[in-house]
Design a protein around this ligand. Structure first.
Ligand code: ADP
Ligand code: MG
Length: 198
């Protein structure tokens, strides 16, 4: 589960100038609810800020309140949600910001469209699959969604009764089961550092 086929894309990949913040990167953390996307993004953001990077978090829960207000959870609206967030992330990254995006993004074609937007603009893009099995996520159940779905109070929960298309070739796949937050955050931070992106 540690395959990473895509090279980090964009002109700053491995370039010396990137560490000075001349060009940012979008780091998209995709995965099931309660996989650990927000937790890892926040921990990495803290580390990056500590070394002088400009960092923004575009968290799915927050962006849905304003940027994607009114959108639902059907396929088309989920796609639109991801494109809007991807648009903003690319603008930020193009202007030297490390844009960390902990957003489920369940559909591969939506994620690929965001990647292509970055590639078209020469903006570095890193897809991270936070690969926590649904059995583990449903025990964590940070927001109580798995319990609500099981009780029949909600439907359309990603990974349970709504699709999640597992990324086939993410730049990085992080397992979180049985690992500390510090450990998984360090894995992502090290990945970015080694590629000259952080
Ligand atoms: N190694 C780990 N990495 C990230 N989160 C972890 C890890 N181990 C346990 N957790 C816990 O899993 C939960 C993940 O919640 P959250 O980050 O909100 O998920 P998501 O944003 O993917 O819905 C948190 O309570 C976090 O403390
Ligand atoms: Mg989250």
């Amino acid at each position: 589960m540690t395959t990473a086929h895509h090279p980090a894309t964009g002109p700053a990949a491995g370039a010396a100038g990137s560490a000075t913040g001349e060009c940012g990167t979008t780091v998209w953390l995709t995965g099931l609810p309660s996989a650990g996307k927000t937790t890892i993004a926040r921990a990495v953001a803290e580390r990056l800020r500590g070394t002088g990077h400009r960092v923004e978090l575009l968290d799915g829960d927050e962006t849905r309140e304003f940027l994607s207000a009114g959108l639902g959870f059907g396929r088309a609206d989920r796609h639109t949600n991801v494109q809007r967030i991807g648009f903003v992330a690319e603008l930020l990254a193009r202007n030297g910001v490390m844009a960390l995006v902990p957003v489920i993004a369940p559909y591969a074609d939506s994620r690929d469209a965001v990647r292509e937007r970055h590639e078209a603009n020469g903006t570095p893009y890193v897809e991270v699959h936070v690969a926590t099995p649904v059995e583990v996520c449903s025990v964590r159940d940070v927001k109580g969604l798995y319990a609500k779905q099981a009780a029949g109070e909600i439907s359309g929960l990603t990974g349970v009764d709504d699709p999640y298309e597992v990324p086939e070739n993410p730049e990085l796949r992080i397992r979180t089961q049985g690992r500390s937050v510090a450990d998984t955050a360090a894995e992502l931070h090290t990945f970015l550092s080694e590629r000259g992106l952080a």
